[in-house]
Design a protein around this ligand. Structure first.
Ligand SMILES: *[C@@H]1O[C@H](CO)[C@@H](O)[C@H](O)[C@H]1NC(C)=O
Ligand SMILES: *[C@@H]1O[C@H](CO)[C@@H](O)[C@H](O)[C@H]1NC(C)=O
Length: 314
């Protein structure tokens, strides 16, 4: 017969293990992420946000950002979706709001569940996916309208690489791919994907070209890839364009200028010493009291079961 006391002990240790496990998993899945969108362009940008089917909605689906302005959005765990910038926006005489690039057709500043019309640079996210990792990329598969950079901050796993398309592709956009503003100017305001411009399955990775083996880079996708090596340049560009991180916050910058950083510092730049050095402390943050408590209790219950019972009773 097993003495009663041992059963109680086993139960207690079991509960401790559960408590410890649930505490550890809370690191990866329970906290939301902060996404900070920053506009370093010298023109206003209207952010657009679209949640993927079946994921929690965000508190906002669109807002304006004046030059050097930032706005933070709390993104729930497990969220997936995309974010982009709308440019050359205005309201017409009836109050209907629209943009020359990145428009979502909602007629308002909020995109309200509608996605971006191509050509638009997209930042794409799947949070807490396989193995609890966040997956993210910047995609030019739907074309390009402005430079964008994604910087994970305080992440604890994955490569957490900075990605994006930092350069202006409008200026040298191949003439067949140019989107010009209405009004006769030749100036390109966005650069289409070859798929959008020509509709050819070879460029769209559709039909006979619908597998990674049969759809290859083309001279058009190479234009994007050469300028922006970490961004998706065509549908099967996965190998060099998808990045992973976990427990991170993300800074998304329109028109990042890493080389000639202007007086606005911080948000648009890759993590500096200050944020890098304190990332562990930040990650632990409010959990630290609980860490110490759990560790102490676990140690006591393993080393001295009786002390632990006394502690609980007394
Ligand atoms: C937003 O979308 C919902 C669902 O499609 C619709 O009912 C609602 O009228 C839209 N709101 C605005 C302001 O357009
Ligand atoms: C992430 O960046 C590092 C340093 O630049 C690089 O060596 C590594 O290949 C990158 N990882 C991926 C998956 O591109």
């Amino acid at each position: 017969m097993i003495p009663c006391r041992h059963l109680t002990m086993a139960k207690l240790q079991f509960s401790m293990a559960i408590l410890t496990l649930s505490f550890i998993s809370s690191f990866n899945s329970i906290t939301s992420s902060t996404f900070t969108l920053t506009n370093q362009c010298n023109y206003p940008v209207w952010a657009g946000l679209l949640s993927g089917a079946g994921t929690a909605p965000l508190p906002t689906t669109g807002f304006p950002l004046q030059p050097s302005q930032s706005n933070s959005v709390e993104v729930p765990p497990g969220w997936s979706g995309r974010m982009w910038g709308r440019t050359l926006c205005s309201a017409d005489s009836t109050g209907r709001f629209s943009c020359v690039t990145g428009d979502c057709g909602s007629g308002t500043i909020e995109c309200n569940g509608s996605g971006a019309a191509p050509p638009t640079t997209l930042a794409e996210f799947t949070l807490n996916g396989a193995n609890g990792m966040d997956f993210y990329d910047v995609s030019l598969v739907d074309g390009y309208n402005l430079p964008m950079m994604v910087v994970p901050q305080g992440g604890t796993g994955g490569n957490c690489n900075v990605t994006g398309c930092m350069v202006d592709l409008n200026k040298n956009c191949p003439s067949a791919l140019r989107l010009t503003a209405t009004g006769g100017s030749d100036e390109s305001v966005a650069c289409k994907s070859a798929c959008e411009a020509f509709g050819d399955p070879m460029y769209c990775c559709s039909g006979a070209y619908s597998t990674p083996q049969t759809c290859s880079p083309t001279s058009y996708s190479e234009y994007f890839k050469t300028a922006c090596p970490t961004a998706y340049s065509y549908a099967y560009d996965d190998g060099s364009s998808t990045f992973t991180c976990s427990s991170a916050n993300y800074v998304i910058t329109f028109c990042p200028t890493p080389a000639n950083s202007r007086k606005t510092t911080g948000a648009g730049q890759p993590p500096a010493d200050s944020s890098g050095g304190s990332s562990l402390a930040e990650a632990l943050g409010g959990h630290s009291v609980m860490v110490i408590a759990v560790l102490l209790l676990t140690m006591i219950s393993l080393k001295c079961p009786r002390c632990f019972i006394f502690l609980l009773l007394g």
